[in-house]
Design a protein around this ligand. Structure first.
Ligand code: ADP
Length: 153
């Protein structure tokens, strides 16, 4: 069987994958963790890692290095540090692409109803969850937030 090129690998729907989710401070504060997790589990994804943690400024900067030079980065960092977060590893068929689909686009105001951000998010910063956007980033992000022995895949 031909494997897709690396850049397209997150789009495949049949490959078993693990992806990294962060339940952001707005999700915790508004008590939507259960609602969001229900969607992931109902779509067939299994928890293979989970913990609550307080992020550090250095970790937020590393995680959001691709946008650290944007004007909205300082408020974003403050938002990510404003409460503990839950980090979760989810496993299943096509997990990376499917969970990005369930999550919806970055700006919650533009996210369609029925998506997690469309239903529970507020704006382009307070948008409920982070989810890895590629196979390559999922590997990097899982290693960023979990030790090998904390993953049960
Ligand atoms: P996504 O989380 O959808 O993959 P990005 O990687 O572009 O989006 O951005 C990372 C996070 O930065 C977003 O989830 C959001 O919390 C925040 N963000 C992105 N764009 C903006 C913006 N224009 N204003 C405020 N915060 C933003």
């Amino acid at each position: 069987m031909m494997l897709p090129k690396r850049a397209e690998a997150h789009m495949v729907t049949w490959l078993m994958q693990t992806t990294l989710i962060i339940y952001k401070p707005d999700c915790i504060e508004k008590k939507h963790v259960g609602n969001v997790l229900e969607r992931f589990e109902n779509t067939g994804f299994k928890i293979v890692g989970c913990k609550m943690t307080r992020l550090s400024p250095a970790l937020v900067r590393e995680h959001y290095a691709h946008i650290a030079d944007k004007p909205f980065y300082p408020p974003l960092e403050a938002f990510m540090l404003s409460s503990p977060v839950i980090v979760m590893a989810l496993y299943g068929k096509g997990a990376i692409g499917k969970i990005r689909e369930l999550m919806g686009p970055t700006d919650s105001r533009k996210a369609p109803k029925g998506t997690i951000r469309g239903d529970f998010g507020s704006d382009s910063m307070s948008n409920v969850v982070h989810a890895s956007d590629s196979l390559e980033n999922a590997k990097i992000e899982l290693a960023r937030f979990f030790k090998t022995e904390e993953l049960f895949g």
